[in-house]
Design a protein around this ligand. Structure first.
Ligand code: SAH
Ligand code: SF4
Length: 340
């Protein structure tokens, strides 16, 4: 499998070809990905035929389109049957791909479809980066309306907890930056708050963005929504986020999935604003996308407005994230539930 092989070992797959052929192949895989190896025009026909079998580590099983063609959601199937979900979103100045880092997730957040499903396995670095390559190959053939024709931004907000699959996540990021020309400043790792992983990320050479899924500032409530809070309490998570900003100079985002009657009180808004001010973070609020296995619902539109208003009044820098692709179950893990 080509993407599962480290780029500097690709030559081992084609022992009879000269080295410059694997350099050309590396360009086709990472720099100018194509959906079919037939389009790798400067490679000999015999090599192209050999590549066809090994080209993608998955096949596309479902494609859904929403928001007048500006959102595409894909469900890929790996050779072992594992599902991978990615969502492509076009905007005027950027094309963002939301990718998965694991099949399922072990963190068990109650409101999350992926968490409800449990953990299956880690994705390999190649399976992570192949999602970006697939999107670039797709965009080269079918650009989204009025959006950049390459992936400009990558967010690890699909299935899985990237910092629980640390080495593969980092290797995939390395390939995105060094081989695909994606700027580190346009890559965002989202974590539920795995403190050791956050601290390791501090040591990495790139100024990538960190998003921390907070969801509550009240310890008992956070433990209820995000059980890993018992192991890595909010206080330590916030301290690690502050260090990330202090060391990297990158503003951390605090993610907050707003759930009616759970984390939408004035007290929560005031606590969240205090933390955001203290660590110079940006708050991203997203209304809950209801999942089939939970009775949780998002607050009313008025209540969401009130929560945002309180945050702003308390001095927080806040964005209400648009819920792209709601009509196609774009919240992580949901397409997979439907396909089962
Ligand atoms: N495991 C990482 C990254 C994947 S989840 C993390 O938790 O940060 C990416 C984001 O989607 C998280 O902020 C998570 O809280 C949010 N999310 C999960 N389920 C959701 C749902 N049903 N509705 C809205 N947001 C959800
Ligand atoms: Fe895992 Fe993130 Fe879902 Fe929590 S919200 S279960 S950490 S994917």
């Amino acid at each position: 499998m080509l993407y599962l092989t480290a780029p500097d070992r690709l030559f081992e797959l084609f022992p009879d070809e000269p080295r410059y052929r694997t350099d050309q192949l590396t360009e086709w895989l990472y720099d100018h990905p194509v959906l079919s190896s037939d389009d790798m025009l400067n490679l000999p026909r015999s090599m192209r035929a050999g590549i066809a079998e090994q080209h993608w580590p998955f096949t596309l099983e479902i494609e859904q389109s929403a928001d007048a063609g500006l959102t595409k959601k894909w469900l890929f199937r790996c050779t072992d049957g594992s599902p991978i979900e990615s969502v492509l979103m076009g905007y005027a100045t950027r094309t963002t791909l939301c990718i998965s880092s694991q099949v399922g997730c072990a963190m068990g957040c109650t409101f999350c479809a992926t968490g409800q499903f449990g953990f299956d396995r880690h994705l390999d670095a190649g399976e992570i980066v192949a999602q970006v390559a697939y999107a670039n190959a797709y965009l080269a053939a079918t650009p989204l309306p009025r959006s950049p024709e390459r992936v400009t931004n990558v967010v690890f907000m699909g299935m899985g907890e990237p910092l629980a699959n640390y080495d593969a996540t980092i290797e995939s990021i390395r390939r995105m930056i060094e081989l695909m020309g994606i700027s580190a400043r346009s890559i965002t790792v989202s974590t539920v708050g795995l403190v050791p992983g956050m601290r390791k990320l501090l040591e990495e050479p790139w100024p990538i963005n960190l998003a921390v899924s907070l969801h509550s500032t009240i310890p008992e409530e956070r433990t209820k929504l995000v059980p890993i809070n018992k192991r890595y309490p909010i206080h330590d998570v916030v301290a690690a986020a502050k260090d990330y900003f202090d060391v990297k100079g990158r503003r951390v985002s605090l993610e907050w999935t707003l759930i009616a009657g759970e984390n939408d009180s004035d007290e929560e808004a005031i606590g969240l604003a205090q933390i955001a001010r203290k660590i110079h973070a940006h708050v991203n609020v997203i209304a809950l996308n209801p999942t089939p296995l939970s009775h949780d619902v998002p607050p009313s539109r008025d209540h969401i407005r009130r929560f945002i208003g309180t945050l702003k009044r308390e001095g927080a820098n806040v964005t209400l994230r648009d819920t792209r692709g709601q009509d196609i179950d774009a919240a992580c893990g949901q397409l997979r539930l439907r396909s089962k």
